[in-house]
Design a protein. Structure first.
Length: 218
């Protein structure tokens, strides 16, 4: 397969995939092709999509490559599909998600100490939206469940890995773009210092705020 055919084949795979496509997946499909050739094809595709006039971009997100609508045309695409935003988050959910993102793995009692309000219902919502996942139980009294962000979280916010997580202040702007129904000026009226400082040393408390029938293990 020559470089032009390889590039076209990769583009077709990216087009039909609903999820980011990793290098490992591409190497399985193009068995015998040098990884460098695949990378060159991806880089050339990205360069072409970055040219003026393209409504689509090729981005590296959540450990893989994905074709996506450019942000400046997102509203028009959404109107065409007649869909509401796929993932609307309340202020409580945004606060909780920020805490999980920056303090993970974190337990419900630790989130309670930072937010000052019960959060189990919010945790349940974030689990249902697959933005967070259970990360096992903490080896302390009561063995509370710990939570961390998911691959879907990376995809939703356009991050290649957690290492690309922005500063807490920059996180506000990302949330502002993704949840325009929330007043941006109030978005990060959070206890940011608490998010930075509360961690593994927090003593566990009984998870009294669990809803009836709510499985905290996700």
């Amino acid at each position: 397969m020559n470089p032009v055919e390889l590039r076209a084949a990769i583009e077709a795979i990216l087009f039909v995939s609903d999820e980011p496509v990793s290098m490992d997946q591409l190497q399985v499909v193009f068995r015998g092709t040098e990884p460098g050739a695949i990378e060159s094809a991806l880089n050339e595709l990205q360069r072409r999509y970055d040219e003026p006039g393209s409504g689509v971009m090729l981005r590296f997100v959540a450990g893989g490559w994905q074709l996506a609508t450019r942000l400046e045309y997102h509203e028009q695409a959404r109107r065409f599909l007649k869909e509401r935003p796929a993932c609307k988050l309340s202020m409580a959910a945004l606060e909780t998600l920020a805490i999980v993102a920056y303090r993970q793995p974190v337990t419900v009692p630790e989130i309670l100490q930072i937010r000052g309000v019960k959060s189990s219902a919010v945790i349940k919502t974030l689990l249902e939206k697959k933005l967070i996942i259970a990360r096992g139980r903490k080896k302390v009294l009561g063995s509370p469940m710990q939570y961390g962000t998911s691959r879907e979280f990376l995809t939703y916010f356009g991050l290649g890995s957690l290492e690309e997580l922005p500063s807490l202040e920059e996180f506000e702007d990302i949330f502002g773009d993704k949840a325009d129904h929330v007043r941006q000026k109030d978005l990060f009226d959070l206890k940011l210092e608490g998010i930075r400082t509360v961690g593994a040393a927090v003593a566990p408390e009984p998870e009294e705020d669990l809803l009836p029938g709510f499985d905290a293990e996700g």
